[in-house]
Design a protein around this ligand. Sequence first.
Ligand code: ADP
Length: 237
Amino acid sequence: MTGESPSEACVVASGLRKSFANGGRAALEGVSLTVGRGEFVAVVGPSGCGKSTLLAILGGLDRSFEGEVALFGRELRAMSEVELAALRGSRIGFVFQAFHLLGHLSAQDNVLAPTLFERGHVDAALRALRVRRAGELLDQLGLGGRGGSYPAELSGGERQRVAIARAMLMEPELLLCDEPTGNLDVATGEQIVGIFRELHQTTKLTIVAVTHEESLASAAGRIVRMRAGKLESEIAL
Ligand code: ADP
């Protein structure tokens, strides 16, 4: 993209503040965070300290906040909804605690869900490429042969792997994960952590993961600790 240099930070957030309409303490009280390209950052802290709120703002899912966020060198505020949606769809992958798979679609079609927005705009060759990539991702994540299964037929760990494949389909540069192991037992969570670790090591993917889990945090290169809407400390691993 024009105006971007390869060394540019992936995310630059400064002075983020956010209050919800129901009053009470602000969810974010002046958070600044820079994430370099290729970094794996874990954001940890007690429940309610503002981690999910921060992640939603960083991913352009929540636009009602004070402060500034630049993604890949572009100010979020300067983007229209359409531009932001295009950026989210092509350069950012999201993985959530509750998987958010579509129950009426097979695993393969869930992985292909990001292409629903492209329909009518892509030619047959690109469509075929996406379908092939969906199959490769399912294979790579240990779900070869399960592409025809529906979410209700899959275990929690398998569902999360489908969700990770979906997040990776468009080859994003940034993966934002909100408690991705939070609904899984310890052993399954460890497998998912292993997947993030491998994705980070084998691609140039930047990962920001909000988590309670020690094992996920220890897979990161930097741990940022939040408390009561503020960044409390950070350590590089
Ligand atoms: P965490 O992810 O660290 O558990 P959250 O970002 O979800 O924390 O929440 C931070 C604060 O904002 C909490 O006090 C929470 O109750 C409040 N909050 C989060 N989302 C909403 C919402 N949609 N409406 C009202 N308050 C909210």
